[in-house]
Design a protein around this ligand. Structure first.
Ligand code: 9WN
Length: 438
């Protein structure tokens, strides 16, 4: 249990991490490993700033949306032109001076999960200066709508109410076991990818990061998008990796609901947005629920098959009000089991992957370790469903873990040890938010 004094030290420490990573108008995820602005990081970071610095919270999201493409795409990375030390940098995407990108901006050509409407509403709700926050929402609202419109227009060719990701980095869970089968079908010939040099393994322990085989495929897909001129229709036809991911779609569904709330606040009609949320919720229930597993599972669209991996993202429909009572009970049972977190006696938060899977890997990135953003989403989902006992366990376990280990990027679920980079912004930001959430 944390004392008052510990709590203050923890908040001060978290603010110091964010101060050190602040770049003047936005925040980098970590000092050396991630020296640019990332899309879903920006949303989580704004959620933390919302609790103590409205101006920075607004600036974080405004800066990201200043780099929004003309078709509505919100890029995974907005590059800091003065930073180096990250691969792939701006030139690897072949997008310099692309007419779809606002002049003077450098971005990647993929997206990340749509947490932004949720973050914007959170910033508004915790603002100390309401008129200023209303102006912020007014400016962001059309951009958020264009972002969701892009996803439904370009990423849902079958008009199912479910959108696809076309690169593992778009999911935010880069080397998740979810992608193994789809990526194994991609076997680039040596001349299909130019030579490249990774930078990540120079900053952190290579044993914590994705493998070279993963990076070859990440790069192959980037080269494919360039060859197709980032034409979404052609990509949907030709890309060998197209996945309807549970986490991405749940965040979109929750984002639609939050966007409807923003519409209401601003005097616009929320009905079309709320209807879209319902359609996506229904599609998640119809296509992604797996009765035998008692969990929501991803769907591999390019190969027309369900992906059987039991990952923490499978619980995220709770965050979007998707499961009915019976399905929610199945989710609680799996969550509170040796495969995940034993919430009736919990020591550590929820890991990314079932601890009983044969290829569970407690130190390697998204193949086992605990990530704070997923636990934040699960905490809120449990709370929204009235499961306050488990919600309190998740919250308490996250706070204790960070208090004892530091503001790491991810943590080993067996011994709690921190891995990846330290001074990780969303760990700090979400901790501030959780501590404020009494
Ligand atoms: C690729 C910045 C990002 C996070 C992702 C996390 C990691 C990048 C990388 O870092 O991905 O986007 O180079 O590994 O997987 O979720 O947004 O923190």
């Amino acid at each position: 249990m944390m004392t008052q004094h510990d709590t203050k030290a923890l908040i001060d420490g978290a603010k110091a991490v964010l101060d050190a990573n602040w770049m003047g108008a936005s925040t980098k995820p970590a000092p050396r490993l991630y020296p640019h602005q990332w899309s879903w990081d920006a949303a989580f970071i704004a959620i933390g700033y919302a609790r103590y610095d409205q101006a920075r919270a607004e600036s974080e999201l405004r800066t990201l949306f200043e780099a929004q493409w003309s078709n509505g795409l919100v890029p995974q990375i907005v590059f800091n032109p003065t930073a180096s030390g990250y691969f792939p940098g701006p030139d690897a995407w072949g997008l310099r001076d692309d007419p779809r990108i606002p002049a003077g901006k450098l971005t990647s050509g993929i997206v990340q999960p749509p947490v932004h409407a949720t973050a914007a509403l959170h910033v508004y709700r915790h603002a100390t200066d309401e008129p200023r926050a209303r102006a912020f929402l007014t400016d962001l609202y059309p951009k958020l709508r264009a972002w969701h419109d892009y996803l439904y227009r370009e990423r849902d060719p079958g008009r199912e109410g479910l959108v696809f990701v076309r690169h593992p980095w778009e999911s935010g869970m880069d080397n998740s076991p979810l992608w193994d089968a789809a990526l194994a079908r991609i076997n680039p010939a040596p001349d299909e990818i130019p030579p490249y040099e990774r930078k990540d393994t120079g900053h952190v322990d290579p044993a914590d990061r994705p493998l070279k085989a993963d990076y070859d495929r990440y790069y192959y897909l980037m080269v494919l998008f360039q060859r197709l001129g980032y034409d979404e229709a052609r990509i949907a036809q030709e890309c060998p990796y197209l996945i309807q991911d549970v986490l991405f779609n749940s965040l979109l569904c929750r984002g639609d609901r939050d966007l409807a709330e923003i519409a209401l606040l601003l005097g616009d009609d929320p009905a079309p947005l709320a209807e879209r949320a319902e359609a996506t919720a229904a599609a998640i229930n119809a296509k992604l629920w797996d009765e035998a597993a008692g969990l929501y599972l991803d769907y591999d669209l390019a190969n027309a098959e369900r992906i059987p991996a039991a990952v923490a993202g499978g619980f995220s429909p709770l965050f979007a009000g998707v499961p009915d009572g019976a399905r929610a009970e199945r989710l609680y049972a799996l969550l509170n089991s040796p495969a995940f977190a034993r919430l009736d006696e919990s020591v550590y938060p929820v890991p990314t992957y079932s601890r009983q899977a044969p290829d569970y890997s407690p130190n390697r990135y998204w193949r086992g370790p605990i990530w704070i953003n997923l636990n934040w989403l699960i905490y809120h989902g449990l709370r929204d469903y009235g499961r306050h006992d488990y919600a309190a366990r998740v919250r308490g376990a996250v706070i204790d873990l960070v208090a004892h280990q530091g503001y790491y990027e991810y943590f080993n679920p067996e011994n709690g040890r921190g891995h990846g980079t330290d001074s990780f912004s969303w760990t700090a930001a979400l901790l501030i938010d959780l501590l404020a959430d009494l």
